[in-house]
Design a protein. Sequence first.
Length: 69
Amino acid sequence: MVPLLTAMGITFVPLESDWPWAEQNYGVQGTPESLLLDQRGRIMFKPAVHDAETRVMLERQVEALLNRR
């Protein structure tokens, strides 16, 4: 997973968990599932990166989370 993220230019480390925990805490229904969480573990965005345009949107979402007060 990390080599793929590095190749995409994504610098954060993904959260990994077991299936029951992800289902119980975040309602994950299938894989792969991507979620951007805030510092409290709340779902802020569910990004879908398919191309350069959606990658830019992901970068903006991450930046918005990092700049939150």
